[in-house]
Design a protein around this ligand. Structure first.
Ligand code: SF4
Ligand code: MSK
Length: 660
């Protein structure tokens, strides 16, 4: 087992804490994804990676080779049709995941509005502004009454059947709304767009890849401007819109003398209840009775980002570190709900006293203990889960917790916060950001979002971000990418020293990190709003497609990331991924990488080398600056008397301010 866990000879791991845990005694019998990657060599099926394997009917499965006449599907489907259908189904699956999450959040919001459950409406100003979007009267009405109406109208967006656009779409720029109407891709009901996508990719329905991509765009827009945006906004109203706060992101946040409970998944209803319950005296007492000094909650993946942003609860691990957190031997329970929970966790815990506690009827796993979370009895459910964890504490054997890296993060950059941070509380606006982009001190804005993945090294996000900020590009980050950038020490104001001169100056003046943590993967909708605000502020064109801005999910893993990528493209923003499962279909691939520019004004890009990917992002941003005409150096002109006269209409003395 010389190279077990990839500690030695595996270039994939650069994170010091991860390396230390894997090298320590408790992890010696743990098999992680790093081992599986090495054993498999990541030699994936060519048809699968190229997107040309079809099993949409039982005449197949068909493995298509592009350009070979006999190698089309039994039904005659070409590589382009098959790859487009597969790609569109990925978008639909990603949208479905965000949507099912969002629906739960809306239901939780309605319960809260009705006074059921432990939460309250925390952000009344945001409630009223969202109510306005839905045409809900707010004057002289009780906050909870407005909230119930908003919740019910929001819930109706999922099943809406009328051929009218989703309510949130009116927040987009007018130009984009017109384009969506012209292309007939404005989403109508969120669920409907997923269903139509699945139908159109069924055997024998839509066989025109351009037409398939129109529905894929509509489906993705239903995610970004529909379900994801609803989830983010209602979660903010309920749990508080994030504001900047300091916290820590590292495996070292686990505590040797406390009951460690890690919260993993996506829906923050459970995590928030755990945060409240863990502070209650009876739970603290119980922990002490079992020999611990207290209860230490720590996040994993996007649930981690949710409670990090709103409560400053530390994040122990991003996606690629979920097994590593358990391999410390110091976790009493990993509480999981939905999405991004690796099945291997159930095997990793066989080495330890740890329990994986599944909490959602939609997501059970072998080796897990199921305690159903009941949102109507949220605190009781949370206490039941914590009690289970506390009882495990005494069973803890040998453990290894890496020394906590003093890498603070400053998080909590909702689009409202960016407003205040740059514009000041009394002049909250995107004007200073736009002005700094126009004058070139900030060259543009880049989003680094999405997952991490075992395919590329774990410093991929860092390499990209360092290049961008060095080139005076402000970075917005979400999801596990944000966690990874936090570990790299780039999500705090002190990272200004890694920036180009002019961005450094701005970050130092305002106390701004050059990488702004904007939340979980569902919170990419915040970036849509921020980008739209920039357009509406003026001076940077009429649409997102004009902005010197670009996004990347360089280590995408989840289908949700593809849905996010497609909603960015359909909203006018260029995106770069490290690969796409479409390379086996030449014409369709080219359509994604170039052709979409025609209808949508943006397209996908692919680049697997992180440095080149970052350079491509800079290049694209500079191209947008050129197109806006803001790359011209303004020359200083010294006016002589004749020029002054001309300016004042040729009337001598007309430009004077003194007495005639
Ligand atoms: Fe093969 Fe066509 Fe059936 Fe797909 S739909 S499995 S390409 S026959
Ligand atoms: S958790 S979707 S690995 S960001 Fe949102 Fe992280 Fe990607 Fe899951």
């Amino acid at each position: 087992m010389a190279t077990r866990n990839g500690c030695e000879g595996c270039t994939e791991i650069t994170c010091q804490s991860t390396k230390e845990v894997l090298a320590a005694a408790p992890a010696q019998n743990v098999i992680t994804a790093y081992d599986r990657v090495q054993r498999r060599g990541m030699s994936a099926c060519l048809f699968g990676s190229g997107g040309t394997c079809c099993r949409n009917c039982n005449m197949g499965p068909c493995q298509i080779i592009d350009g070979i006449e006999d190698m089309v599907g039994i039904c005659g489907a070409t590589a382009d049709t098959v790859a487009a259908r597969n790609f569109a189904r990925i978008v639909a699956a990603g949208t479905a995941a965000h949507t099912d999450h969002a629906r739960e959040m809306v239901r939780g919001f309605i319960d809260t509005a009705k006074g059921e459950g432990p939460h309250q409406i925390k952000d009344e100003a945001k409630l009223k502004s969202l109510a306005e979007v839905f045409g809900i009267a707010t004057e002289d009405r009780e906050i909870n009454e407005i909230a119930v109406e908003l919740g019910e109208k929001a819930l109706a967006e999922f099943g809406k059947q009328e051929n009218t656009p989703l309510s949130m779409l009116q927040r987009a720029t007018e130009k984009r709304q017109e384009l969506w109407k012209k292309l007939n891709i404005f989403p109508r009901g969120v669920d409907r767009e997923v269903v139509e996508m699945m139908h159109r990719t069924h055997m024998g329905v839509d066989q025109d890849y351009e037409n398939i991509m129109l529905q894929a765009s509509r489906c993705a827009l239903a995610d970004g401007w529909g379900s994801s945006m609803l989830s983010t906004e209602l979660t903010d109203i309920m749990f508080g819109t994030p504001v900047p706060r300091r916290a820590i992101v590292d495996l070292g946040v686990l505590k040797a003398d406390q009951v460690n409970v890690t919260v993993h998944g996506h829906e923050p209803l459970l995590a928030e209840a755990l945060c409240i319950a863990a502070q209650e005296p009876d739970m603290q007492e119980l922990a002490k009775k079992h020999g611990a000094k207290g209860i230490n909650l720590a996040g994993v993946c996007c649930t981690g980002n949710e409670i990090l942003m709103r409560r400053g609860i530390p994040v122990a691990a991003g996606f690629v570190q979920q097994e590593i957190a358990l391999a410390t031997g110091a976790v009493e329970a990993m509480v999981v709900d939905v999405q991004c929970v690796m099945e291997s966790l159930g095997q990793v815990v066989n080495n330890f006293h740890t329990d994986i506690i599944t909490t959602n009827y939609r997501a059970k796993m072998p080796g897990g203990v199921h305690i159903q979370f009941d949102e109507h009895e949220a605190i009781n459910s949370a206490k039941q889960i914590l009690t289970h964890a506390i009882k495990n504490y005494k069973k803890r054997g040998e453990c290894f917790i890496p020394e906590e890296k003093k890498l603070d993060v400053v998080v909590g950059f909702s689009h409202e916060t960016i407003n205040y941070t740059l514009g000041g509380r009394f002049r909250a606006s995107y004007r200073p950001l736009n002005d700094n982009i126009i004058n070139g001190r900030i060259r543009g804005v880049a989003a680094i979002v999405g997952c991490d993945n075992f395919k590329l090294a774990d410093d991929t996000h860092e390499i990209i971000a360092r290049h961008l900020i060095k080139n005076n590009i402000l970075v917005l980050a979400t999801g596990c990418a944000a966690t990874s950038l936090g570990r790299a020490g780039l999500v705090n104001p002190e990272a200004a020293r890694f920036c180009g001169e002019s961005l450094a100056e701005i970050c130092e003046t305002v106390g701004l990190p050059p990488v702004l943590h904007m939340g979980s993967c569902v919170d990419n909708s915040r970036i849509l709003i921020a980008a739209t605000q920039m357009v509406k502020e003026g001076g940077l064109g009429e649409d997102i497609s004009d902005l010197p801005a670009i996004g990347t999910a360089p280590l995408w893993m989840s289908e949700k990331a593809v849905a996010i990528g497609q909603y960015f493209v359909a909203s006018g923003a260029q995106v770069v991924f490290q690969d796409l499962p479409t390379s086996g279909a030449k014409r369709f691939n080219k359509y994604l990488l170039e052709g979409l520019m025609g209808p949508l004004g943006a397209h996908w890009n692919v680049e697997s080398d992180p440095q080149k990917l970052a350079e491509l992002m800079v290049e694209k941003i500079e191209q947008k600056r050129d197109a806006l005409g803001i790359n011209k150096k303004s020359e200083r002109v010294l006016f002589d008397m004749n020029m002054r006269r001309e300016l004042s209409g040729g009337v001598p003395g007309a430009g004077c301010t003194g007495p005639a």
